[in-house]
Design a protein. Structure first.
Length: 232
């Protein structure tokens, strides 16, 4: 586990800021993830270092405020590197910021794996879409509507997006897909876009995607205004 805070060197805490119970909890979580004892102790040291440095900064920020000033310190947002992965950690104050670092270190920690890369984690589009259909469509929409959705997925969406990761899909990818369907009717292209948008929006709300690329105002229906040539 390598954690690097940009712009400062990790100080050695002069005392144990974590209680014995908190240290045991961190060690157990580290063991469950797959870290050995030395790595568990390193995580504890990192967290104590961060807490010591930033809680002291928080006290300084508050102490330096004019008496009677009701404004709290500005929201904090600083870069953090965990195992080579660059993250931005934020908080409304130094204490919340330090707590969010703990969550990032423990929640995002992984046992060493030489075959992995910072971008190895991904969600396959087809697998997610099938789960989406099972959760939100089957048994909840009319049979004919469901059959239409499944036809759109099988004949159009899966052949294009099926092997992609959700994280790979961009505004350009969505537009390229729609452009490839320009010989379909305007209505069908709209329906394909609408279904794709529903899947990507669900991925956003599930925390997999930060933004839904299919909602961009740049995206246009290439079949708009054209005569129908063929149907789906």
């Amino acid at each position: 586990m390598v954690v690097k805070m940009v712009g400062w060197i990790q100080p050695v805490p002069p005392f144990s800021i974590l209680s014995d119970a908190e240290r045991r909890k961190i060690s157990i979580q580290g063991e469950n993830i797959g870290f050995n004892k030395a790595q568990q102790e390193q995580i504890v040291t990192i967290i104590e270092s961060v807490l010591t440095k930033h809680l002291d900064s928080f006290k300084t920020d508050v102490a330096g405020m004019p008496k009677g000033d009701n404004d709290m310190p500005k929201k904090i947002r600083r870069p953090l590197t965990i195992n080579g992965v660059n993250l931005w950690i934020s908080g409304n104050n130094e204490q919340e910021y330090a707590e969010n670092i703990i969550r990032a270190v423990l929640g995002g920690a992984k046992a060493p794996d030489t075959s992995s890369t910072p971008h190895a984690r991904s969600t396959n589009f087809r697998a997610y879409a099938e789960n989406f259909m099972a959760l939100y469509k089957r048994g909840k929409v009319r049979h004919t509507t469901l059959a239409g959705y499944e036809g759109y997925l099988k004949n159009h969406i899966y052949p294009f997006f099926g092997k992609m990761a959700l994280e790979e899909i961009s505004v350009d990818t969505v537009q390229a897909f729609l452009n490839a369907k320009a010989d379909l009717s305007e209505h069908t292209v709209d329906e394909l876009h609408r279904l794709l948008n529903s899947i990507l929006q669900a991925a956003c709300e599930a925390g997999i995607l930060a933004k839904n690329p299919s909602k961009s105002r740049l995206i246009k229906n290439p079949a708009k205004g054209k005569k129908k040539v063929r149907e789906a």
